[in-house]
Design a binder for this molecule. Structure first.
Ligand SMILES: [Zn+2]
Length: 456
């Protein structure tokens, strides 16, 4: 294969455009071939020539280009759906109304759609292999839930090109992209080799503890080959390593009493503060990177009452499972010491003693994507096709669950730009989102494969 480059002596912009176009086209074709080389083969050792011919056929298939142009042409529709879905509140454990809206949109995309007991919405596009008894599947997922409690104002405001609302980017962007890609594939009449599961899942954030993705993996684990998670905006990163984390809740209880007349009685908030100060002085390594966050504290009934209860929620994360175990043990030791200190310093222990416990609210397992995974090749090929560069990252996402059981998975942003995630100032700028949409589409088709039409 030859490429026609621009003559070295010529550097005009016009020359770049005219001389480089054939070169760019050739590069794109080559890259689509690369995508195709990652297509699922019945056997990993399938003949090279057969892969090449599949690749050639795929490259010349207009539907892939039709899907890409559908995404370009429907830019406004995609933005409108993002606003509409963001304005349907989806607090933790209350994703039902938004799930129904997503279900309707996936049905309009021509999919067979079901909802599972956990509350996930799954749109199914059957692959060619199902007829022959082979029912391998790949999944494109986006989480439905937000971190914002019921009653949060989620009305979308517009400032210039920016859309502002809690949840607009995380995960309005991912959710809308998942639906748009389903519709583009449907509009372009693309028939995948492997079944594609378009999943909008519940419980990704916080105490949801990835329950939606856990249920999906339980249900589809036996034939699931790859999971692509769309979460938030951007195209600059790809999560290939699952960050292990634990969420813990510390509860200290005591008899409680009056601030004046019962002074000297052990106080659960005092004990929790004493323990917390010890814990935040715990030495943690810079490498493997390990973090902790005292995220929520509650308890007490009034300023002039000795509380009968104090609660602290802590999030700990580490690149190393060992460090995570060590940090959890440190938290328990510090709470024990805090309670002991408070009991020892209380003037009147006859009025009761303190009890404490640490509950595990959530645990996200670790896991790494193998570097030679077809999913990695599909993403890299898609990145090159759209002219994007992205870096590998370790993060805590829905991809933790498939990765932890050995299923290839990545989490990527769905394009455009966003910021202020998990805050009331969250924003999203859809400019340039086409790149993210194309990147996700081509990665998905790279791992699903596309059935070639015999005649065109
Ligand atoms: Zn998210």
């Amino acid at each position: 294969m030859t490429t026609s480059g621009c003559p070295a002596a010529c550097s005009s912009r016009r020359c770049d455009e005219t001389h480089n176009r054939p070169h760019i086209e050739t590069v794109k074709r080559v890259l689509l071939w690369v995508i195709l080389l990652t297509m699922p083969a019945r056997s990993v050792v399938s003949a090279h020539s057969s892969r090449q011919s599949q690749a050639a056929q795929f490259t010349d298939t207009p539907p892939v280009r039709a899907a890409i142009s559908w995404l370009k042409q429907n830019f406004s529709w995609i933005n409108e759906q993002q606003i509409r879905l963001t304005e349907i509140p989806a607090p933790p454990f209350q994703e039902g109304t938004r799930a129904e809206a997503v279900k309707a949109l996936l049905e309009e995309a021509g999919l067979e759609v079901r909802m599972d007991k956990t509350g996930n919405v799954i749109g199914i596009l059957n692959g060619a292999t199902t007829r022959t008894g082979q029912s391998e599947a790949v999944m494109l997922s986006a989480h439905l839930d937000t971190v914002f409690p019921a009653g949060t104002d989620v009305k979308v405001r517009q400032e210039g090109k920016r859309l502002l609302a809690p949840g607009i980017s995380d995960n309005g962007t991912g959710l809308t992209a998942m639906i748009a890609i389903a519709r583009a594939i449907n509009a372009a009449h693309i028939k995948p080799q492997r079944t594609i599961l378009f999943a909008a899942d519940v419980g990704e954030e916080g105490e949801g503890n990835l329950r939606g993705m856990r249920a999906l993996i339980d249900a589809y684990r036996s034939n699931l080959k790859a999971v692509i998670v769309l979460d938030g905006s951007g195209t600059d990163h790809v999560t290939t390593k699952a960050l292990a984390s634990r969420r813990l809740e510390v509860t200290v209880t005591g008899p409680g009493g009056h601030s004046w007349s019962d002074f000297g009685m052990p106080n659960p908030i005092n004990a929790l503060v004493r323990g917390s100060v010890r814990f935040i002085n715990t030495k943690i390594p810079a490498s493997p990177r390990t973090t902790f966050n005292l995220g929520q504290i509650s308890g007490g009934t009034s300023v002039n009452s000795i509380p009968h209860e104090a609660i602290l929620k802590v999030d700990i994360r580490s690149e190393s499972e060992d460090e995570l175990v060590r940090l959890e043990a440190a938290l328990r030791e510090c709470v024990t010491a805090g309670v002991r200190d408070e009991m020892e310093s209380s003037r009147d222990r006859s009025k009761g003693k303190l009890e404490w416990k640490v509950d595990l609210l959530g645990s996200r397992p670790a896991g790494d994507l193998r570097p030679d995974s077809p999913l990695v090749f599909a993403l890299r090929a898609a990145d090159e096709y759209v002219g994007n560069q992205s870096r590998n990252e370790r993060s805590s996402t829905d991809a933790n669950i498939p990765l932890s059981v050995g299923i290839d998975a990545i989490s990527i942003g769905a394009g455009g730009n966003g910021g202020g995630a998990h805050s009331l100032q969250e924003w999203y700028d859809p400019e340039g989102r086409e790149m993210g949409l194309q990147r996700a589409l081509l990665t998905l088709l790279g791992v699903s494969g596309v059935v070639q039409e015999k005649t065109r």
